[in-house]
Design a protein around this ligand. Sequence first.
Ligand SMILES: Nc1ncnc2c1ncn2[C@@H]1O[C@H](COP(=O)(O)OP(=O)(O)O)[C@@H](O)[C@H]1O
Ligand SMILES: [Mg+2]
Length: 367
Amino acid sequence: MSHKRKVLVIFGGKSSEHEISRISAASVIKNIDTEKFEVAMLGITKEGKWLPYNGDVEMIPTGQWEELSLKSRVQVLGEKDNLINYLSDCKTNFSGIDNIDVVFPVLHGCNGEDGTIQGFFELASIPYVGCGVLGSALCMDKVYTKMVFEKIGIPQARHLHFTRKEIERDISQISDKIEAEFDYPVFVKPSNAGSSVGVSKASNKNELFRALNYASRYDKKVMVEEFINGREVECAVLGNDEPIASIVGEIVPSNDFYDYKAKYIDNKSKMIIPADLPKDTVEKVRDYAVKAFKALDCSGLSRVDFFVDKETDAVFINEINTMPGFTSISMYPALWEASGISYGELIERLIDLAVERYEDNKKQIND
Ligand SMILES: Nc1ncnc2c1ncn2[C@@H]1O[C@H](COP(=O)(O)OP(=O)(O)O)[C@@H](O)[C@H]1O
Ligand SMILES: [Mg+2]
């Protein structure tokens, strides 16, 4: 029998995207080629406890995995002592499986997609799927992402940003600055967040005050952007140093904008693949997607999101998601499916890319 590679799938996490991560992870586990891979599972609870799990995959989306894991648990990780033990342990003896070959962190948002857990894998010397520390951290912070977009000349919405302290000190002065720069409506967002959490559209001063206070509950840095009257268009990128772009898809949100409800709750937002756009617009989106991926030091995968102006078809880049939704019906895998790479094959490619980057990094002198 040939050697099966051992993949540790990590799911859950403390972020506001905990639930969607569990659904994505269950899809990954169910679709991984068991002829080639052996899967181990590790869940992170909303409170931040790390729990090895070896039960039924169906219990991951429902949340029942947690109770089952606690019942049969061998060790609880996540507290300082255990975490240090875990570091030295996880390559060799994790939940009964020797030698994890690669980790697949199906985690979204803070602590999962922002470079923190990626740093942990670097310290532990384990190959892992997705972007590294720098790419993850840059893409998580919208203000930094925008600095890089600007540097490489990709058009985007104009913006201003403020600290929570500045907002608390004198919100009227901040709103005057915003009104001097932009017409209403404006978009107000926490710089570090995801899933539209903390994002609002403000159409007058009152709403602006509320939006600034609301966003600053989620991050100490708040970004204000001009409104783009655009269609929402997404492109999947796959690869390391020579990434490729998928065909392009469009999201038609069920709400005024693509807020949390439109993303996850009402199930009425539509995904159109391929997006019905002029050929040169599609090529521009794909070209910008790859350029942005490279400039932000991404690797493995990312979904790059754009607005296409409803009147002029002008393309504006919005953001990069380094661990996009990965359920079998999510945009990222659906775009690859439509581009000729099946869900199962995509998982395998991502694992190969993780190992390839790890081997590549080993080539340099590190001290
Ligand atoms: N400048 C903007 N103009 C128009 N709509 C916007 C703008 N910024 C954000 N939106 C809307 O808000 C949604 C969430 O914003 P986004 O920046 O993508 O944050 P998140 O990381 O939470 O997805 C977008 O999908 C879009 O519907
Ligand atoms: Mg978004």
